[in-house]
Design a protein around this ligand. Structure first.
Ligand SMILES: Nc1ncnc2c1ncn2[C@@H]1O[C@H](COP(=O)(O)OP(=O)(O)OP(=O)(O)O)[C@@H](O)[C@H]1O
Length: 290
């Protein structure tokens, strides 16, 4: 378990993270926030890449310090937004290289390489060059390098951006499986990834972190404010022009009309009915401070 107390990070005069306190236990915690909210800063601190300006971190009972950083690093796996994958190596060579760079025993590297190749479903690609892999396979190889040393904390930064739907689902299931016996922090802009995989959610805005024990409590921000309505083209256009409304979905129906979902304080027009909000709608209400 990771315990963070009052973590702050300043880049010169810019405070990118303000006194964040939270715990991470087994399972997946989603990290959601707009561009510039401080998500990558937080992940870089937790991956030991950056030092916090102030604050305290404890992982599996061990308090972080310069002296025990090597031990702490052995407990953490990190898949950054852009992972350097050495295109000319084969998949197996790449994992062996990462293992030896981490100072793992060579027999253990061999053993773990075969295990993780199966875990991420790349065993049949072991002899292929990294450059020949698809985007989704590269992301799975990124996860393989992150779990090679069996970390208890796995940090994943925007893993499914750019993946096709099948690879996205495959990736979600992989991370879900990995979270049975470790804590995973998953930063993403895709609310669907969080709804499908996460137990808890951290919301971040302007460097401030708000921890939610359940995805439902974020959804709750939009409770009583999301309206469903079937509208014809003209009415849809009229509603689009109303700045007090926020249309979150407009699925076109076979008859030519639209099934709209609208965030609004009050009934946006006659016939609209309150509907169950989604995580995305709860997040939008939270983000705009309503
Ligand atoms: N090395 C740095 N030096 C100065 N400011 C930085 C540095 N890294 C990040 N920042 C600033 O800190 C803030 C948080 O940035 P960060 O990259 O952590 O946000 P983010 O939530 O990950 O954004 P995105 O979703 O766009 O990746 C931003 O205002 C950014 O400009």
């Amino acid at each position: 378990m990771l315990v963070a107390e009052q973590l702050t990070k300043a880049y010169g005069r810019k405070t990118a993270l303000h006194e964040a306190s939270f715990t991470l236990s087994n399972g997946i915690t989603g990290l959601l926030g707009p561009n510039g909210a401080g998500k990558t800063t937080l992940l870089r601190i937790l991956s030991t890449y950056h030092q916090p300006t102030t604050g305290k971190l404890t992982l599996d009972g061990v308090q972080w310090s310069r002296k025990n950083m090597e031990h702490i690093r052995s407990l953490i796996g990190y898949l950054p937004q852009h992972v350097g994958l050495f295109p000319a190596l084969t998949v197996r060579e790449y994992l062996s290289y990462i293992g030896s760079m981490r100072g793992m025993d060579s027999r253990l590297v061999k053993e773990r390489t075969e295990e993780v190749l199966h875990e991420v479903n790349l065993a049949d690609k072991a002899r292929e060059q990294v450059r020949s892999l698809s985007g989704g396979m590269k992301q799975r190889l990124g996860i393989a390098q992150a779990i090679l040393h069996e970390p208890s904390l796995l940090l994943v930064d925007e893993p499914t951006a750019g993946l096709d739907p099948e690879e996205r689902i495959r990736f979600r299931n992989l991370v879900k499986r990995l979270a049975f016996n470790r804590a995973v922090l998953l930063s993403t802009h895709i609310t669907g990834d969080i709804t499908m995989t996460c137990d808890r959610v951290f919301l971040m805005k302007q460097g401030r972190l708000e921890a939610h024990e359940h995805v439902h409590s974020v959804t709750g921000y939009a409770s009583g404010r999301v309206w469903g309505l079937y509208a014809g083209r003209e009415e849809y256009e009229r509603l689009l022009g109303n700045p007090a409304l926020f249309i979150t979905d407009a699925a076109q129906q076979i008859g030519g009309g639209y099934n709209l979902r609208i965030i609004a304080q009050d009934e946006p027009c006659a016939g609209a009915e309150l509907v169950q909000p989604t995580l995305e709608e709860g997040y939008m209400v939270w983000l705009n401070g309503n």
